[in-house]
Design a protein. Sequence first.
Length: 414
Amino acid sequence: MTDIAGVPLSIIILLIVFILIAVRQVGRIKLQIWQVMLGGGVAVILTGEISPLDSAGAVNIDVMLFLFGMFVIGEALYESGYLSHISYRLFRRAKSVDQLILLVLFGFGALSAFLMNDTLAIIGTPMVVLLAKKHDISPKLLMIALAVAITTGSAMSPIGNPQNLLIALQGGFANPFVSFFSRLAIPTLISLFLAYLMLRSLFKDEFKNGELDHKEEPIVNVRLAMLSKISLIFLLVLISIKISIAFLDIQFDLRLTYIALISAAPIILFSRDRVKVLKSIDWKTLIFFASMFVLMAGVWNSSFFQANLAGLNIVAIPVILIVSVLLSQLISNVPFVALYIPMLLYAGAGEAQMIALAAGSTIAGNFLILGAASNVIVIQNAEKRGETLRFIEFARIGIPLTALNILTYWVFLT
């Protein structure tokens, strides 16, 4: 490992990546998030911070295959026009922007507790972009509402996001579903309402729009829509089975990877448009994730953050919440949780501390774009459709909202 003025080179590369994602431009060259992260991943390999062999092993194949399967389903839903049909059915009762934002926040928030937030980021992004165009609403407002909803809502379930699943498996819970919902449901619902109030304050003009007029869009590819519907049914049934397995404490590992690939199979095997769908899926986001795994492995190997956490009272709930939010911006929430769990277990922490770790590492996604993988999926997916969300635009609501989130969870967990 190479140090510069006592700071590991991998940490310096990470900070450069962080700054470039915030700025998204060098001179006249405009950068996309995936390009910056790819550069960071290549940099830690070229500088010897991680070997090529270790970098290949650092890429989480389960996550990559899960995202691939979900991208196939999401793209088929969009291309067939079935996503527009679902959108109409879900949101037709919203007669104003107020009602629409509340429906996005609490609807997607509730769904993210069961369908995993990355899944909803993939399916929900084209849906909210379409809603914005249909009703002449700022796409930024709906994108932020979606990102915040699926991040915050996922906190109250052990399968809402990858880091919660890790905590549920390793945290020594007798019944993780009961523990998560009983402790986190109320502060999560309060946090979603706080998000609504903040969005209403920052996007005042958007809420002055008149009554929304919903019109059903025709399905453009009937066969692909039928296969998409079958895939969606498979997805919902398999996730229901996974939840039942957890409740009944059955020792069977129905991985999310299997769920995603089985659900995508009807489209890949039987669609005449499979090549078009596969070409159109969000390959750039897959490159982002592969590069992120490599960069974070290089950062992890430096032991920089592990060493600097040693002097803190790591079992104090406010410390867990604040450290979770801050470090999740730099090393991502899943690697951070993987680092923090053994430290908590060694310190004799109990269920309350594990729940605080779940809450803090989840609401970290509301702070800045890099705080949650689902944020990146939302932005990359939107950029495919001509919309984007800048770092500062997200931070303007994310930073104060996360401060309120921390206070809310702190009150309920102490």
